[in-house]
Design a protein around this ligand. Structure first.
Ligand code: FE2
Length: 190
């Protein structure tokens, strides 16, 4: 059996390196390990760099919502409380999700970075990968693999009042508490 490579990092080409650096450092509670020559490397864990930025010495075209290419990067938290804690600390800094989505398999918050790239902060709804796979092969997922939006503030309030995380990390909870939120796919494709 061959060795399995590990995903290492993502690099964004940008015309606003400092702004992107600061935004991702806030989002990921990271720090820059190197900056110079139009490059900046950021880490937030045991890797020497996870997110990097390069600013070529030419003007950059803004990202068109219809441009082909990567749609979003994603970061997984250990549990719902950790995700909601980050949501709150980011909100305090004025960084709010473009759209929260209950995917069924994950509970996700999609943010838009200063260049318009989406970043997903998520938590797995199933502890075992096999259970997540089984869900993705099931009826509910087949009917709607994107899922529905939800209110993180309501989720925090219910969590504080003692509702178990497993109950909140469901499509059923999202649909029961906020049945009238717009289709999240419209945000993800705009
Ligand atoms: Fe994703």
């Amino acid at each position: 059996m061959g060795s399995i490579p590990k995903f290492a990092h993502v690099v964004f080409q940008t015309g606003r390196l400092e702004q992107m650096r600061d935004w991702y450092c806030d989002l990921l509670e990271g720090h820059a390990v190197y900056q110079g020559h139009g490059l900046c490397f950021v880490t937030f864990d045991d890797e020497h760099h996870r997110v990097a930025f390069m600013q070529p010495p030419v003007p950059m075209d803004p990202k068109a919502p219809t441009a082909a290419g990567m749609h979003h990067t994603a970061y997984t938290f250990d549990d719902l409380d950790a995700l909601l804690e980050r949501y709150t600390s980011l909100k305090d800094k004025g960084i709010e999700p473009a759209v929260p989505i209950q995917h069924g398999v994950t509970t996700s918050l999609y943010y838009r970075d200063p260049d318009g790239n989406f970043v997903e902060l998520q938590v797995d709804n199933f502890e075992a990968a096999d259970d997540a796979t089984a869900y993705m092969e099931g009826e509910e997922y087949d009917q709607d693999p994107v899922g529905v939006s939800f209110s993180p503030d309501l989720m925090i309030a219910e969590r504080r009042s003692g509702v178990p995380a497993e109950q909140l990390q469901t499509r059923k909870w999202a649909l029961t508490t906020t049945p009238d939120l717009p289709n999240p796919l419209t945000v993800l494709t705009s």
